[in-house]
Design a protein around this ligand. Sequence first.
Ligand code: MSP
Length: 512
Amino acid sequence: MRYFITTAIDYTNGDPHIGHAYEKILADVIARYHRTFDGPTFFLTGVDQHGQKVQQAAQKNGVQPMEFVQKITAKFLALWEKLEIQKDGWAETTDPRHKNAVRKVLQSLYERGELVKAKYSGYYSVRQEQFLTDKERNEAGEFGPEWGEVIFLEEQNWYFLLEKYKQWLLSFVETHPDFVIPGFRRTELVNAIARLSGDLCVSRPKERLSWGIEFPFDPDYVTFVWFDALLNYVTFAGYLSDGDSSLPNFKELWPCKAHIIGKDILVPAHGIYWPIMLHAMGFSDEEMPRLLVHGWWNVAGAKMSKSLGNVVDPDLLADKYGADALRYYLMRDNVVGQDSDFSEERLLVRYSSDLANGLGNLVNRTINMSQRYRGGWLASAPVQDADVESIRELAGFVINRYREAFERFEVQNAIEAVWELVTRANAFVEQKAPWKLAKEPEQSALLDAVLYTLAETTRLLALLTGPVIPRSSARILEQLGAETFRTLEWGGLPPGHRLGTPSPIFPKIEEA
Ligand code: MSP
């Protein structure tokens, strides 16, 4: 069984922004943690290429939808590479393998009477791609600006029989408290389920929307974008793939340990449609996935938007500060589940205080001093020293806290624990002043013990920071000559080991 996680798949109607980057990095950090410290892991992410928004964006740009989505998809792919997103699976909803499996799901739901055709007339929001009811009217009795253009429509469509599963979903959510993380989002979901009424329209007449997956039993219709997109989580994990060897073995992956999504797509898509779809498809309660719901990145308290001109571009930031610096900042200044405010100044502060002056400085001093006083050679020194002892002890505590935090998806807490060790180790250097010990021959054993303690602490820190700052972590291990010493037990560096050459991992950034 592999540890299987996914993220939302991003719309390809516009360029990637910092919100998309944050989610992919969060998932990548969690995946790397499991891959490094737990065992086989599979991380699936991708792009949501169908739907009205894409069709409209393509039209506006005067190109065919396929050409348009391929161009945007290439931007996402290039960004994920730049940000060191180590994905194992890539979901594109125009992929024929996905389209085939979606058609099979539709066919089987149809045969089992879960899809019915019915006429509906009412107000329709073009932007949100949904029919509106009186519940959506504001206090003035109108459909507010959040719905964009609203038109009156009468049409026949295919409906997925959602409402009949309302009681099942309520009791499922109530009896499975960790279906939604963090817990406070569960209350929001339970309230939404209690208000659920009506079925889900899962088709769009082709004359209105052609950019979608055609219904196998009614070719005048294409599939509603969410129905198509949600299924990516199973289709790209090998569900209904007839043993296609280019896809994973579904039984080995499912159920998913976490679908990582933003708070805006919990209700109704992931919290209501998705579990009911799976239930209707025959998945048992034990086969339901878990939802990890993160908050939003805002700018100066405001939502990012093109019209405000405050959209933050992760590509530029990675060029300017490096992928690791951006990854570190986004993970360190955010509590998973809560909103955060993006600030380039904060990024810079974190870079210089935590990375350059904290970890970078420790690595540099550790290797430099070993080189200067011992030619880089580590020696075992059986001295009794309370400070040496306390660093060893702290390292053990930190590793436990780090692991517990990751098991709860609390990435920020894991990082905080690690930096407690960074700070303590830097203080230990001042405390022990190796430059003084080096002048006193009778302190030679203590100097060996201090240098060993620093090198070993630095090795552990490189391992622990690996999921968040993979490139820097690899460089630290390389400078320590410790690429192959991967145990989290104290003492991984053997006496007689020789450290490599130091070179700054986080150089000073000249402010523009
Ligand atoms: N295509 C749908 C998801 C389908 S999943 C089967 C979609 N796409 S999206 O591009 O609008 O958003 C993709 C992810 O990015 C979502 O999880 C969303 O919450 C997240 N974010 C979008 N803007 C965000 C911020 N400003 N901050 C953090 N995450 C945000 O929804």
